[in-house]
Design a protein around this ligand. Sequence first.
Ligand SMILES: Cc1ncc(COP(=O)(O)O)c(C=O)c1O
Length: 546
Amino acid sequence: MLAVRRGAALPWRRLASSTAATAAAAGITCHSDRFDYLREILNSRVYDVAVETGLQRAPKLSRTLGCEVHIKREDTQPVFSFKIRGAYNKIVSLDAAALGAGVVACSAGNHAQGVAFSCRYLEARAVVVMPRGTPRIKVDSVRQHGGEYVDVRLVGDSYDEAAAEAHRLVRDEGLTLIHPFDDPLVIAGQGSVGAEILRQKNGKRLDAIFCCCGGGGLLAGVAAYVKQVRPDVAVYGVEACDAAGMTASLDRGERVVLDRVGLFADGAAVKAVGAETFRLAHKYVDGMITVDNDEICAAIKQGFEDTRCVLEPAGALALAGLRKHVEGKALGGDASGRSYVAVSSGANMDFDRLRFVSERADRSEVRLAVTIPEAPGAFQKFYDHIFPCNVTEFSYRFHRHDAPAHIIVAFQPQTDAYMGRLSDAGYSPRNITDDELVNTHLRHLNGGRSEFVGEERLFRFEFPEAPGALKTFLSHFETDAFNCSLFHYRNYGHDFGRVLVGVQATTDRAEAKLDAFLAELGYRYVEETDNETYVQFLTANRRATA
Ligand SMILES: Cc1ncc(COP(=O)(O)O)c(C=O)c1O
């Protein structure tokens, strides 16, 4: 979990000179050996545009983890991320001539918004270069923050091509590059987050601060401040495990360029950390933690539960790392009496992502594949063994009379007790909770067309989303008269449960009983037996194949 501890000192001279060379190549004036971060952070000019954000106690997470957790609410900045601090601190430091000539940034994310906001405030010209194909919403929000001062240019098909255009503007038109992280003044601006945390903690116990790490500007700035002022406070960087450039670099003792990075936490998806940010991280950071997408989603949910704010994936990385640290071996699971801070670094959530996040955030569910007899009443008998658990998913499709039925069932709470109980009852449940293939695809494809289902009627039900609704349904189901041939339910957080049920009622008596059952049950339903797509995809009906 903790991938790296700051090890024996690396040959600092070599790092310092490579830092200077890289910085020069990027057009950055970087006097890393002369730059006094403490002084620069304390003198940073961020408060013209940024606010001192709250250090908010997280009561639920504190209770869950058995320690004191506070969240540094950088998501409440005017551009909904800390990025405005570094961008502004750099731009405001430019002399009148440089400011008059204008600045350029290459970013489709939060840095671009910070630059745009700052330039509008300073009435300075900015060009923001983004790759073609950048989502419209990102282009619009930069235009909105920058107004008439910002010219958004869509150039190239990749970040690298857009960056090349930004460098051309520096060369040919004399604009000043505002780097998103690898610039001492940007790092100093981000470091003001660390200064605020220590001031807000007011000398009280603080064991560790957790920061998201992309290019490393926030982590480097916070660590440079905190480790000089309160060396007793540990500073950890947190990365997505498929974009862990700082972890790899610190492990190797030199900057590593990743071939590819996962884009879920897109704000922090960087192939190469900065030279100066690496130098500072190597010097000051206590360790790195990597987390996967499910852990990030769970952290978004935890952040929401304590703040009622939806963090973007990168914005929740620090919380995910804090949780992993506290629950991990490092502390033997015992964190009582300890005090931690996680920086919630941004809330520019892409709304379309929420569906994925809520689906993956729920680690309280267990999902099983179970085989039950293909016989009337088998469903109910099985269900009796997991009642009163809250069933969140149930899918089944009739295959043939002489073969067993395979079902997928998910329920809460997540416990192993049911595995033993089901095994004792003669079922052979398989825990498929963490099976990526199932989670993404197979559970949506379970069943499909049935060759042998024969005459089947299909109903869309609205179950009350209340405990016992499924039990009521099953106990009313006249199993001697008709057979359930399809069942599909997934809890999507609607106000009612949407359940699809196929029923084989082959005699007139069974038909009559089915009608009576539907009336007695009292749940709203729509019959879909003649739905063309159902006939085409889920039955072997000649109408569809003709
Ligand atoms: C929300 C959010 N968190 C964290 C980061 C990572 O910041 P840095 O590149 O300074 O490590 C970013 C970068 O844009 C971000 O937008």
